[in-house]
Design a protein around this ligand. Sequence first.
Ligand SMILES: NC(=O)c1ccc[n+]([C@@H]2O[C@H](COP(=O)([O-])OP(=O)(O)OC[C@H]3O[C@@H](n4cnc5c(N)ncnc54)[C@H](O)[C@@H]3O)[C@@H](O)[C@H]2O)c1
Length: 264
Amino acid sequence: MPAQNRNKMPLRALVTGAAGGLGREVAVQLARRGCFVAVTDINGDGLAETARQIGETGTETESIVSDFTGEGAPEAAVEKVVARWGGIDILVNNAGYGVIEPFLDATFKAWTRTLALNVTALAMACKAAGRVMREQRSGRIINITSPGSRMALPDYTAYTASKAGVDSITRAAAVALAPYGVLVNSLAPGMMDTEMQRSTEIDLARANGRDDLQAFLDERTRRIPLGRRAEIAEVAEAVVWLCLDAPDYMTAERLNMSGGLDKD
Ligand SMILES: NC(=O)c1ccc[n+]([C@@H]2O[C@H](COP(=O)([O-])OP(=O)(O)OC[C@H]3O[C@@H](n4cnc5c(N)ncnc54)[C@H](O)[C@@H]3O)[C@@H](O)[C@H]2O)c1
């Protein structure tokens, strides 16, 4: 699909959790393809850097600093995009949160925060963008899930449960929006060395009583069938493919970009 809509206007995208990591890379790659790209995150400084990088591509951008767990926050972000550019063609639900916590030490706080962002905010964003896309009779939503959504990880259960929720929402939203030609897919990235992944693995090593962090990380890398961690840029390429290039008949798909960690 060219990065233009039926009216020959640049496609209008919203990327959540775009202050760094995968979200920033997806946003910049979409901008390089000519999309107008709105970015949102709770981290204003990181978001400013993302906006600067998008600006270098010469396209238009909009920065929305927002805690997506607030009631109405996802809807407000979508409204801002529509107010600026008259519609929304692409939503990438990438913002994510997770905390290492042994199952028998589970806390209400960690579960509530994780589910509020990864599940509730994602569902509300799908709803808000989906309503606009329904009227447009076009649009694509990509939800970032995780190989963990299908694993038993007793130190990371709030996160894996939330990503199982992402899979469930993706299937439901795909069916709800199919009559209007709106596609909803998800992508499960493998281990990428982002800020979130790094701090999670430090905590995981600690929870497992390991003080040899590098050896612990190397063992985890060796468990990946392709034998290496994912580059952020290559995962972003797959997200952008779903946004712009995947065939119109693909919906309710969960794309596996995990180097064989997850097996479909
Ligand atoms: N890094 C990996 O190995 C990996 C593997 C599988 C899935 N993922 C998923 O990829 C996505 C991107 O993660 P990443 O690895 O790039 O990490 P990241 O920490 O760089 O990105 C997550 C972003 O979400 C933002 N965020 C957190 N809480 C928020 C809130 N309340 N409101 C708004 N924004 C908030 C953070 O500020 C951050 O910019 C996440 O959904 C994550 O679960 C990552």
